[in-house]
Design a protein around this ligand. Structure first.
Ligand code: SAM
Length: 296
């Protein structure tokens, strides 16, 4: 591996490398490199990679994490949007037999992969982190373990419990497929360039009782509507979802079915989405779907 000229812990070395390669840091792609070797080591440890495992890395940048995964003799596929970085990664790690880079927006490229991975990880671009994780969960690309670094607030939302201020549709989507744990925080000084926020590392492992894969996307759409109008009752916020999915039924009848379903499940008529657990929301989704479909 010809990485001697590039020291991933040194902003000076990284700057020199970028200059030599004719590359630059693009804010739009959330490019902040993790320059703390001990933090990188902790992330790789949390991923529990074993030799021969298929690992996907999202957003390898110039390869700071890539290097450590390859040292563990995994079969690594990296998804990188920056074509300049892709070129550099290919030349840095070309001699590592089990490494390939998929160039382009990960959201558009991952589905074409012929095999699903054993592990997924990434120090995610802040602006695309939600979309990337949601896409993987909704389409049931859920390996035994995923480890993501993202903005601290986003990590708290992923792991949030009902009734807390961080609890959101994203918390429910995560819980519908996985058990989420926030492992540790990373201060801004561990990155170059320094972001303005603290980051956290989260671990996702498959839940023992996930929402069935074939219902996950549809349930996720339902949950997004349920949380769309915060501090509004479910009867208000689910109007849009009912209208989009059951336009053939008159609005008054739809509202009556929703009310009936809420009461039959033991909820108050004026309950809000944030008061319900992921399991309760799923039960509501199933019942409501069945009742409205039956009245069509
Ligand atoms: N992994 C490197 C590290 O820890 O030093 C870089 C992490 S940096 C926060 C995020 C990386 O994701 C950048 O390399 C950026 O170009 C890449 N990226 C941003 N959006 C992407 C997308 N939609 N698909 C694939 N890569 C993306």
């Amino acid at each position: 591996m010809e990485t001697t000229a590039l020291n991933y812990d040194s902003p000076t070395s990284i700057k020199e490398f970028l200059e030599r390669e004719g590359l630059w840091v693009t804010k739009r792609f959330g490019q902040n490199f993790l320059i703390d070797r001990s933090v990188r080591g902790r992330i790789v440890d949390a991923l529990m990679v074993e030799p021969g495992m298929r690992v996907w890395e999202i957003g390898p940048g110039i390869g700071a994490m890539t290097e450590l995964i390859l040292e563990r003799r995994a079969r690594l596929i990296a998804f990188e949007i920056d074509h300049g970085f892709v070129r550099s990664l290919q030349s840095l790690y070309a001699s590592s037999g089990d490494f390939s880079v998929v160039s382009g927006d990960m959201l558009k490229t991952w589905r074409a992969q012929p095999e699903r991975p054993d592990r997924i990880f990434g120090n995610l671009p802040y602006n695309a982190a939600f979309a990337i994780i949601a896409d993987l969960l909704e389409l049931n690309c859920v390996p035994e373990r995923m480890v993501f670094t993202l903005q601290k607030e986003a990590a708290r939302r992923m792991a949030a419990r009902p009734g807390t201020k961080d609890y959101s549709s994203f918390s429910v989507l995560c819980a519908s497929a996985c058990d989420v744990r926030v492992l540790f925080d990373i201060g801004a000084s561990s990155f170059w360039p320094q972001p303005r926020v603290t980051s956290s590392v989260v671990q996702l492992v498959p839940s023992a009782a996930p929402v069935p894969a074939e219902l996950r996307k549809s349930f996720s759409d339902f949950v997004r509507s349920a949380f769309a109008l915060r501090r509004k009752t479910l009867r208000n916020s689910l109007r849009g979802w009912l209208n989009a999915n059951f336009a053939a039924i008159d609005e008054t009848a739809r509202d009556a079915i929703l009310l009936e379903t809420l009461l039959s499940l033991g909820h108050r008529a004026e309950i809000r989405a944030e008061a319900l657990s992921p399991g309760e929301l799923f039960a509501l989704y199933r019942q409501l779907h069945a009742r409205v479909s039956a009245s069509c």
